[in-house]
Design a protein around this ligand. Structure first.
Ligand SMILES: [Zn+2]
Ligand SMILES: [Zn+2]
Length: 258
């Protein structure tokens, strides 16, 4: 049978291990949490299951935007781990946006599942079988994690020419990343709409120039991640900010003419 992937088999094996480990841990925790919640705090379930999924989606949207912004703008493919795990897929995606639709489930989600193992494992230590606060944190975390692990799949739906009907409905209702909304990111100047889970935060982050400020911040505090183009852009942005601040706060010095 022909291989469905074009990268080394050991990477494929690691992706499978990541997915199986993440899936088993997720199912184990969700089952035990559901049991405990039903027995002890059934009255609290209505607000937990209405507020916490929203918080989980919003925070996953923000984290997806942050990683996407960093991978698009900082580092290069030669960097250890960061380069191969994040920079390469995102840069390739801008060269051939439709390629993501040709990846199968394992290729889209395997590396994400692996990267999320350090986040899901500590949930085992939380007292979600005995305390309400442990249950609140765990319900939130499970919604956040499922949104995160589904991000590249949701992103791929936004690139499909003809998505299945249910997916199209979810996109129309903006419960997952809509096609038109994501299209903004693939048109010049390619510096908007970085959030790719639901995209709810994009209007706020774009209008407040959040990513432009973040670019200056990362170039300043994380110089090892910067590459020349990003450094140049960050320097120019910092200089513009200094110039406009100086123009607003200009106070004539003692030796300047009266
Ligand atoms: Zn991008
Ligand atoms: Zn895309």
């Amino acid at each position: 049978m022909a291989k469905k992937y074009t990268y080394p088999t050991y990477v494929r094996v690691v992706e499978w291990v990541g997915m199986l480990a993440f899936g088993s841990l997720y199912a184990f925790i969700a089952w035990r949490l559901g049991e405990a919640l039903w027995e002890q705090n059934r009255d609290h379930m209505w607000w937990m299951l209405s507020i916490l999924p929203l918080l989980g989606l919003i925070s996953a949207d923000f984290i997806s935007g942050t990683f996407h912004f960093l991978a698009d703008n900082f580092g290069d493919e030669e960097m250890w781990f960061w380069g191969q795990a994040f920079v390469r897929p995102f840069r390739e995606h801008h060269v051939d946006p439709q390629a993501i639709c040709r990846h199968d489930f394992v290729e889209r989600n395997g590396n994400l599942a692996l990267a999320l193992l350090p986040l899901i494992s500590p949930l085992l230590l939380l007292p979600y079988r005995t305390t309400l606060w442990g249950q609140v944190v765990t319900v939130y975390a499970l919604f956040f994690l499922v949104a995160m692990v589904m991000t590249q799949t949701i992103h791929s739906w936004a690139h499909m020419d003809d998505p299945p009907r249910l997916i199209r409905k979810l996109q129309d209702w903006h419960l997952v990343l809509p096609r038109d909304h994501h299209h903004c990111h693939h048109t010049p100047p390619y510096r908007e709409a970085y959030c790719i889970t639901v995209g709810w935060l994009n209007p706020l982050l774009d209008r407040s120039s959040f990513w432009q400020h973040a670019e200056v911040w990362v170039a300043h505090y994380m110089p090892w991640l910067a590459h020349p183009a990003a450094e140049q852009a960050a320097r120019e942005a910092a200089q513009r900010a200094i110039n406009s601040a100086a123009a607003i706060n200009h106070v004539p010095s003692e030796d300047s003419p009266a």
